[in-house]
Design a protein around this ligand. Structure first.
Ligand SMILES: C[S@@+](CC[C@H](N)C(=O)[O-])C[C@H]1O[C@@H](n2cnc3c(N)ncnc32)[C@H](O)[C@@H]1O
Length: 547
């Protein structure tokens, strides 16, 4: 039990929960724990846009294009939530997040290692889920794909981040259909997909297509011109005051609802159904009545929680799809079948909605989202995986030559495009004594961009001497010293009602007093110290916002 000042709440605790897990340089990096005040706990990285493929929008709207990020999911999520160029297109705007993170199975896959301490894995996931929550629309959902290794701990974590009231469902996916008879105890045939809403009350699933199996009991013994129908019970399962009456069949037989239950419809409506030939009294016309429900009048099916491999594919199908794309069998170790992702995206999004997957793998989510007309962004930490799987696969999707997976069902013929984006390295170097310095790469203009991103300013060098703007607040960045003289220059350049945030590496005595006297509400931030402190305050606000 933990208390947040008020009533104690149920909570999963784990070692180092209060610390911050640094993002690894690659998926096989060893975990490093630092206090939450560490720069990396709040740093917003810069990005470098790379190649484009197919049709993309204008340069000015590049953050709105479909995006393949090479970088750690934590950095990418923070860029999407906080970097001024991205956040206006991403914050509260992602309709569906599907993630298939490392399951923590203890295996070393060909393209990434899958082992962390349970507590490390929980911190790793917690920090990413907190950011995912900020990206989701009010009626958005997150789908977390796992197996039995961590799914029970993840349920607790998702309750903590999203609130238990926002739990929607646990989908069981039949990933294997041939029993593994050499298993020590059980053949584990399924994975789990945990579904949570940003606000479950606001989310409505799209219905799924009817199947031959679900429609097997439709018939048309009376040759009704409206087509096939199925019988539906006319009695109510709950008390219904208007449901207590007797009805007379076509041959004068009198019927009361069975076992003392009322009819589920009023007598007036019963007669309307009779007049419209919507009642079935059996082939003889003398049996207890049922309502006729026409196949043509029924919508799709409400999604269920057991997804069988015949409906959405299995692991073998996924491997086959990858083999078909890349022409070799031994390619990516843990792809998911396109039909499975299509089911997720169909239920949770519509054409034009934004879809995100920050554990890209072979790029299945992006490939399927693209074919389904969704906008999308994915990230992957291992550059070789992006180079060898994600980008070539998506180039084939865009070009229309990927005719595998769901292409045939969706009549996919190519189109659209995407941009590749590289997450830049950190702007900070951390010394062995814990002192934080600006890295060499963070100087020479990049410093100004990094500070703008960090402090929530739109980077804008048009208005010299300023380099950023946030409403009436301007940003000035000095890659060196600020003294009273520089302060005067900036204060004089301000427009009416404008204020300035000045960032400098060294602040001389008298500078702050001068600024206070010339421009009320303006301020000086010393980099990196004050900038980092601002960032950690923001990160703390994020955590306390969790339910
Ligand atoms: C289970 S696979 C995803 C498979 C994917 N759903 C597909 O259909 O191909 C998990 C992926 O997450 C990547 N990964 C691991 N840690 C990551 C991190 N911190 N940031 C981004 N990607 C990461 C791994 O390299 C791996 O490619």
């Amino acid at each position: 039990m933990a208390s947040t000042g008020g009533a104690p709440r149920l909570e999963l605790v784990w070692p180092k929960k209060e610390e911050f897990l640094l993002s690894a340089k690659d998926a096989t990096g060893k975990p490093v724990w630092v206090p939450k005040t560490h720069p990396a706990a709040s740093e917003v990285r810069l990005v470098n846009f790379g190649d484009t493929c197919g049709h993309v929008g204008p340069h000015s709207g590049r953050a709105r294009d479909n995006l393949v990020f090479t970088g750690d999911s934590l950095d990418v999520l923070r860029i999407l939530a906080e970097h001024p160029e991205f956040r206006r297109h991403y914050r509260s705007q992602v309709k569906c997040v599907y993630i298939d993170p490392p399951f923590n199975t203890g295996q070393a896959f060909k393209h990434y290692d899958d082992w962390m301490e349970h507590s490390t894995w929980l911190s790793f996931m917690r920090d990413r889920l907190l950011l995912i929550k900020e990206l989701l629309t009010a009626d958005g959902t997150v789908w977390v794909h796992l197996d039995d290794t961590e799914q029970h701990r993840m349920r607790c974590l998702l309750d903590e981040v999203f609130g238990s009231q926002n739990f929607i469902a646990t989908v069981v996916w039949q990933k294997i259909h041939a029993r593994n008879n050499s298993a020590q105890h059980f053949s584990a045939d399924h994975d789990f997909i945990l579904v949570y809403g940003r606000d479950a009350r606001q989310w409505r699933p799209n219905r799924v297509a009817r199947t031959a199996k679900s429609d097997a009991d439709f018939w048309n013994p009376d040759d009704d011109p409206r087509g096939r129908w199925r019988r539906s019970d006319l009695t109510a399962s709950k008390p219904y005051t208007d449901g207590h009456y007797q009805v007379v069949g076509p041959h004068g037989d009198v019927f009361s609802p069975r076992q003392g239950r009322p009819w589920g419809t009023s007598q007036e409506n019963f007669e309307t159904l009779r007049n419209d030939n919507r009642l079935w009294w059996g082939k003889t016309g003398r049996t207890f009545p049922f309502r006729k429900r026409f196949e043509s009048e029924l919508g799709g099916l409400v999604p269920n929680t057991v997804w069988l491999h015949e409906e959405v594919g299995n692991n073998r199908e996924a491997k086959g799809e990858i083999a078909a794309v890349f022409g070799r069998q031994d390619s990516f170790s843990t792809p998911k079948p396109e039909r499975l992702i299509e089911r997720v995206l169909h239920i949770a999004s519509n054409a034009g909605d934004l879809v995100l997957d920050c554990f890209g793998g072979s790029g299945t989510t992006a490939a399927v989202a693209h074919k389904m007309g969704r906008r999308w962004a994915i990230s992957e930490i291992v550059p070789a995986t992006v180079r060898d799987f994600i980008e070539p696969r998506l180039r084939m999707v865009v070009g229309g030559s990927d005719q595998g997976g769901v292409s045939a069902a969706l009549r996919w013929a190519g189109g659209g495009g995407f941009r590749s984006v590289q997450v830049a390295s950190s702007s900070y170097d951390v010394m062995s004594d814990g002192m934080v310095l600006l890295s060499a790469g963070a100087t020479n203009g990049i410093f100004a961009q990094a500070m703008a991103a960090q402090l929530d300013f739109d980077f804008d060098v048009a208005g010299i001497p300023f380099c950023g703007r946030r409403g009436r607040m301007r940003l000035a960045v000095l890659d060196g010293v600020v003294g009273p003289e520089e302060v005067r220059t900036f204060a004089t350049a301000l427009g009416e009602d404008e204020r300035v945030t000045i960032v400098a590496k060294v602040v001389l005595p008298g500078a702050e007093e001068m600024l206070r006297s010339l421009s009320k509400g303006s301020r000086i931030r010393k980099a990196p110290r004050d900038v980092l402190a601002d960032g950690s305050r923001k990160a703390r606000r994020r955590e306390t916002a969790a339910p």
